[in-house]
Ligand binder design. Structure first.
Ligand SMILES: *Cc1c(COP(=O)(O)O)cnc(C)c1O
Length: 395
C-alpha cells in the first residue's frame, strides 16, 4: 500500500466555521476590540480551566511564550538559563532574545535531561527551561525538588507535550510557568500560536502587558487588577498577541484533545511493540510516572555504523517513510552544534552520541492500524537491508 502524507494534520472541526464566518463578516479580528468575550479571551479561560491553572495568556507562538516567560521573571541581562542539549532551536533562541545566555545540559540515551549534569550546572543559573522534547518527560520530581531547594524558577517548555501527565499531574503545571504551541505539528493545530499558563498573578500581569496589552487593555484580562498598577508604562510592549481568527481555529479542537492523546498513545505503543522485534532498534520506555501523548515515535539504532544508518534512512525513505536521524540530517534544528548563535557553544559528548543514532518518525494520531503496520514493516525491512552482511562477489 502507499503511505499517506505523514505530515498531515487532522481537519479543523466543522464547528469552527460558524465562528470564523462571524469574524470574517464583522472584521473583529483584534483581541482587544470587543468589550468582552473575544475569542482569544475565551480560549484563555477555557485553556486555564482545562489545565487547572489560574491564568493563561495566548500569544503568537510557543517561542513568544518562552521569551515572555523569561522577561516576566525579570532576569537581569546575561543571566544564565539552563536548557537541555536536546531541544528545538526555538528554545536557545528565546533565551538569546531575552538577553540571557543558554547553559546546555547533557541529555541521556532516553532523550531526557541527565540529572547528574543538571545538578552540576544548576548553581550557575538563574532559571531553568525544561523542554519536554517530543513529549518525553524528564524526571520532574528530581528537577522540581532541586530547583525549589535552589530557589531557581522552572519554565516548562511543553510545546509538544500537551496531554502528557506526570504522576497524574498535567505537564506544564509543575513549573512556575508552562508554555505550549499551536503550530501545525503539535497536538492542536492553528498553523501558529502559543499559550502560557501560571498561578502567579504578578508574573502574568507583566507578561500580559509585554505581550502588547497597551494602555489599559490589560483590564480585559481576569487578573487581580492591582497586579498591573505597578507596571503601567514601565514595561516594553513586544506585541506578540494572538488573533481572534487563530483562537476560533483552536477552541473547537480543545474537546478533541483527550481522544487525540489516547489515539496517539495507542498508535505509538503499537508501532513501538512491532519495532522491538529488531535487535537494532530500541524504543526508550517512559519514566515511571509518565503517561505520554505522542504524535511521533523516537527510537535509537543499536550496533549500527554510520554507513548502515545512512542506508537505513535511504531504504525507509524509498519505501515512503521519512526518518530523521536528529544528528545526521544536514543543519538539523534539534542538533545543538547547529545553534551557532550561542556564544562559546559547548560540546556535549553524551548528547551528540545519542543524536547520531536517535531517529524520529511522525505518526499523526489519525493513522489507521494498517498504515501503522506498514510503517513498522518498512522500518524493519530497512534495518534488515541496511545491516545484512555484504554479499560475497564471484563464485
Ligand atoms: C515546536 C516547539 C517549540 C516552538 O514552538 P512554536 O510555537 O513554533 O514557537 C519549542 N519547543 C519545542 C520542544 C517544540 O517542539
Amino acid at each position: 500500500m502507499t503511505l499517506p502524507d505523514m505530515h498531515s494534520a487532522e481537519a479543523i472541526p466543522a464547528d469552527a466555521r460558524a465562528e470564523i464566518d462571524r469574524l470574517l463578516s464583522s472584521g473583529d479580528l483584534f483581541r482587544y476590540t470587543a468589550a468582552a468575550d473575544a475569542p482569544v479571551s475565551l480560549l484563555e479561560a477555557e485553556f486555564a480551566e482545562m489545565m487547572g491553572s489560574k491564568f493563561a495568556l495566548a500569544v503568537s507562538s510557543c517561542s513568544a511564550a518562552l521569551f515572555l516567560s523569561l522577561k516576566a521573571l525579570n532576569l537581569p541581562r546575561d543571566a544564565r538559563v539552563l536548557i537541555p542539549g536536546f531541544t528545538f532551536a526555538a528554545v536557545p533562541s528565546s533565551v538569546m532574545h531575552a538577553d540571557c545566555l543558554p547553559v546546555l545540559c547533557e541529555v541521556g540515551e532516553n532523550y531526557r535531561i541527565d540529572i547528574d549534569d543538571f545538578i552540576a550546572k544548576l548553581p550557575e543559573v538563574s532559571a531553568v527551561i525544561v523542554s519536554h522534547m517530543r513529549g518525553h518527560t524528564s524526571d520532574m520530581d528530581a528537577i522540581m525538588s532541586l530547583c525549589d531547594a535552589a530557589g531557581v524558577p522552572v519554565i516548562e517548555d511543553a510545546a509538544h507535550s500537551l496531554g502528557t501527565t506526570w504522576n497524574g499531574q498535567k505537564i506544564g503545571t509543575m513549573g512556575k510557568i508552562g508554555c505550549f504551541s499551536f503550530q501545525s505539528y503539535k497536538m492542536i493545530n492553528a498553523g501558529e500560536g502559543g499559550i502560557m499558563i501560571t498561578d502567579d498573578a504578578d508574573l502574568v500581569a507583566r507578561a500580559i502587558i509585554m505581550s502588547g496589552a497597551y494602555e489599559h487593555n490589560w483590564k480585559k484580562h481576569p487578573v487581580l487588577q492591582d497586579a498591573f498598577a505597578a507596571h503601567q508604562n514601565r514595561l516594553p510592549l513586544y506585541n506578540l498577541r494572538l488573533s481572534n481568527l487563530s483562537a476560533a481555529v483552536i477552541r473547537p479542537q480543545l474537546p478533541h484533545l483527550a481522544r487525540r492523546v489516547t489515539d496517539g498513545r495507542r498508535n505509538h505503543d503499537h508501532v513501538a511493540n512491532l519495532l522491538e522485534q529488531s535487535l537494532h532498534i530500541h524504543v526508550p520506555a517512559p519514566l515511571k510516572g509518565e503517561v505520554r501523548a505522542p504524535d511521533s515515535i523516537q527510537f535509537n539504532l543499536v550496533d549500527m555504523n554510520d554507513t548502515e544508518v545512512e542506508a537505513f534512512v535511504a531504504a525507509a525513505g524509498a519505501d515512503g517513510v521519512k526518518v530523521q536521524v536528529f544528528g545526521a540530517s544536514a543543519d538539523n534544528a534539534r542538533a545543538f552544534w547547529n545553534w551557532q548563535f550561542i556564544p562559546d557553544l559547548p560540546e556535549l559528548p553524551q548528547t551528540r552520541k545519542m543524536l547520531m543514532r536517535a531517529c524520529d518518525v511522525r505518526l499523526p494520531v489519525h493513522l489507521p492500524t494498517d498504515t501503522l503496520n506498514t510503517v513498522a514493516d518498512v522500518l524493519l525491512h530497512a534495518v534488515a537491508s541496511a545491516t545484512e552482511p555484504e554479499q560475497a562477489y564471484g563464485t
